[in-house]
Design a protein around this ligand. Sequence first.
Ligand SMILES: *[C@@H]1O[C@H](CO)[C@@H](O)[C@H](O)[C@H]1NC(C)=O
Ligand SMILES: *[C@@H]1O[C@H](CO)[C@@H](O)[C@H](O)[C@H]1NC(C)=O
Ligand SMILES: CC(=O)N[C@H]1CO[C@H](CO)[C@@H](O)[C@@H]1O
Length: 496
Amino acid sequence: MSTTLPFQLRRPSLFRNQSLVDGCWTEATTGKRFEVLDPGTGDVWATAPDNDAKDIDAFVQAAHTAFLAYRKSSPLVRSQRLQKWAALIQDHKPDLATIITYETGKPIADAMFELDYSVNAISWFAGEAMRIQGTAFDSVVPGKKALTIKQPIGVAVGLIPWNLPVAMVVRKAGAALAAGCTMVLKPSPETPLSVLSLALLAEEAGFEKGTLNVVTTSLDNTPAVSEALCRHPLVKKVTFTGSTRVGKLLAKTCANGLKKLTLELGGNCPYIVFEDADLNQAADGLMGLKWRNAGQACISANRVYVQSAVYDQFAKILVERTSKIVVGHGASTTSTMGPVTTPQSIDRSERQVEDAKKHGVRILLGGKRIDRPGFFFEPTIIADATTDMRITDEESFAPILTLYRFETEEEVVQAANATSMGLASYVFTKNVDRSWRLLDELEAGMIGLNTSAISGAELPFGGTKESGYGKEAGKDVAVEEYLVTKAVSFVVERRL
Ligand SMILES: *[C@@H]1O[C@H](CO)[C@@H](O)[C@H](O)[C@H]1NC(C)=O
Ligand SMILES: *[C@@H]1O[C@H](CO)[C@@H](O)[C@H](O)[C@H]1NC(C)=O
Ligand SMILES: CC(=O)N[C@H]1CO[C@H](CO)[C@@H](O)[C@@H]1O
């Protein structure tokens, strides 16, 4: 690794590569560090401290000490600091986008999209901070009044994924800080650096030391570090975005201490296009949803169901538009799609395409890894997919778009629901009656009707079934995840 960064920042001091505990930038006790790769070249471009389970107590203690003061802070102060944090992220967008791009591989435009989402989300949580309220009402028992008081639950742990490292920090920390909780964030080993820069900006926004702590760790130490965080007695809440497999392990670990848990897990989302849909609208939505982040999002479309009468026409539109995608390094201004973030994604994509071929599909576009340094896979369109192929059950989490043909509404509802997941579903139709039926029948936590843009701070984000539980945005529900409701009864004078 060279000692200089492969890019120039407008503000070089924004780059941090040490852990943040109690306002101090620190190394792991062992002094070990792990490597961060640029998915666009495969080269190591930075390192970060490889904390292990023994380092965890210091992070949690710092968050707990900070909590004792922060829980008493005025909602107005919390709100103002969140607004300031949003403003600082806005001011540092080009630099943050560059760091995100070198960690995740995504094009700068995708990183900017993530940052815009993040700025909006923090502003929105800043508003929520001032609207946390209990109640006061008459008891059913005469002579008694009933009250509820909302209080922050305590130290929260955020386990952050690599696909949207900044947006996922914001969605968790925005709600926690609004509620009056402090946090320990554990970024994914692929993307620790954007999270550290974000924590620096939180500090500059006025959050006291210990309010937001960041523990970096390698892939090898991730299971032990996550477990130590979940088992720590001072941790009261854990929020995780990632795979269903890991989510189930965390639920088991958290069960020991009965820790409150939010799980945002796998998607395997259906995208349904009826023959009466506006095909251009459906294609626009899919192009944005499927190719952004090279398909690496839990709400990405994994199974695209198209009604028979428009199947060939829709496939043609998709192939035409997808052929125009320019795959390249995320930092190059001409790239419209970057690499996938990890080499494992390439291997999985190859296995999925090979398996699909055995089931007699037609590969309309792509289908192979790209022979160049870095982790590149061609934007791939598979037609005539079958229900028994691997990709039907397994999220692709890669730039693979899979088309299924269907005849009737009943048939497509059954097919769409026939998965253990239930995150998002997308429906394109002009039939109002059908829209209402599908809103009822699709097993999903979120539905896009004639749109693929379903994620916004104002709407509860989260799934059903094995996509997890808990909500990470939306009025009342998101901040509620970080609150406890205390019930108070008191006796008043009985007047006749
Ligand atoms: C990160 O920090 C370490 C020591 O703290 C240093 O040796 C290394 O060169 C730094 N740079 C990068 C890009 O990670
Ligand atoms: C879906 O969008 C189309 C095109 O914008 C519109 O004409 C149609 O009314 C919408 N359908 C429903 C059910 O809202
Ligand atoms: C309301 C509805 O039709 N739900 C169905 C969704 O699909 C699953 C699996 O095919 C069925 O079990 C549900 O009844």
